[in-house]
Write a protein that binds this ligand. Structure first.
Ligand code: MN
Length: 291
């Protein structure tokens, strides 16, 4: 059995631009939790937005370099454009897997259609680190439409696992990744129980997005909690408690174990590389949106 190492409580929310009110469920910036190969996870919990035609809510042009951003649209829609020529609408259930790699500039707004009609908005943004040898890979992105993401039924109708990345029961997830990782969206029916396992050499984390979950018949985690696990083999028993369905993200991966030098949207290995990234960005080497 994979033992729980620690459960971390929900954190205060903050706004990213004027479109995303997020709780940082973990961040490499605080340096105290080993989430390698994942850097950060911001959760925009369900929130009602009024119809708005004045201006699109969101975040204007900004750069990234040295890692990947994964945006999961749970409710609502995000419109995206970037300097690699990419662009499109991330609709409910879709996932955007953007490789910042050697440098990208992008913008993230509520889609025009969502802005006009308003409604519930819920989003996850996960940052996945790149191994040093892939930090200079060309920028690009994968649009993973809801219909292309495999959904696996858990035994005894306990729920489902949406395989955004990785592998489960011999099936491959939707995303191509640069290092071995799993990103699974797990939904458990009320009071249902299941067990999940990942390879022994993976670091394992879970974040609870909805409901309450009992882990290994012992500890309980609730909405906004981050759960870290000890290294080792074996499975984790999960049970949705208190008569409610639960939803969580299981994140696991082989840790990269390389130094991290980070400055805002740049995550490299050394301070010299960060200075170079800032220089390259200011010199216009990340390209232009639509240019
Ligand atoms: Mn961004």
């Amino acid at each position: 059995m994979r033992q729980v190492k620690q459960i971390y409580g929900a954190r205060p929310t903050h706004w990213v631009g004027d479109g995303f009110q997020v709780q940082p469920l973990f961040s490499h910036g605080d340096g105290r939790i080993d989430t390698d190969p994942f850097l950060m996870l911001d959760y925009a919990a369900p929130m009602e937005f009024k119809p708005n035609t004045a201006h699109p809510r969101g975040v204007g042009q900004h750069p990234h370099k040295g890692f990947e951003t994964v945006t999961i649209a749970c409710q609502g829609e995000v419109a995206h454009r970037d300097s690699s020529g990419g662009g499109g609408i991330i609709r409910e259930g879709d996932v955007q897997w953007m490789t910042a790699g050697n440098g990208i500039i992008h913008e993230e707004f509520h889609s025009p259609a969502f802005s006009e009609r308003g409604g519930q908005f819920e989003m996850v943004q996960l940052w996945v680190n790149l191994p040093a040898i892939h930090k200079t890979t060309p920028a690009g992105y994968q649009h993973l439409a809801n219909a292309e993401i495999p959904v696996i039924d858990l035994p005894d109708q306990a729920g489902t696992v949406r395989l955004i990345a990785g592998e489960l029961d011999g099936r491959a997830g939707a995303a191509k990744t640069f290092s071995p990782i799993n990103v699974w969206e797990v939904e458990l029916q009320a009071d249902a129980e299941t067990s999940l396992s990942v390879p022994e050499n993976h670091n394992l984390l879970m974040v609870v997005l909805r409901g309450e979950v009992r882990l290994n018949h012992q500890q309980e985690a609730k909405e906004g909690n981050l759960v870290t696990f000890e290294n080792g083999s074996g499975s984790v028993a999960l049970e949705a408690t208190h008569g409610k369905a639960a939803k969580l993200l299981l994140l696991s991966g082989v840790p990269i174990r390389e130094p991290i030098a980070a400055y805002g949207p740049f995550v490299m290995n050394t301070d010299a590389e960060i200075r170079q990234a800032i220089h390259d960005f200011n010199a216009g080497k990340f390209g232009l949106i639509g240019g």
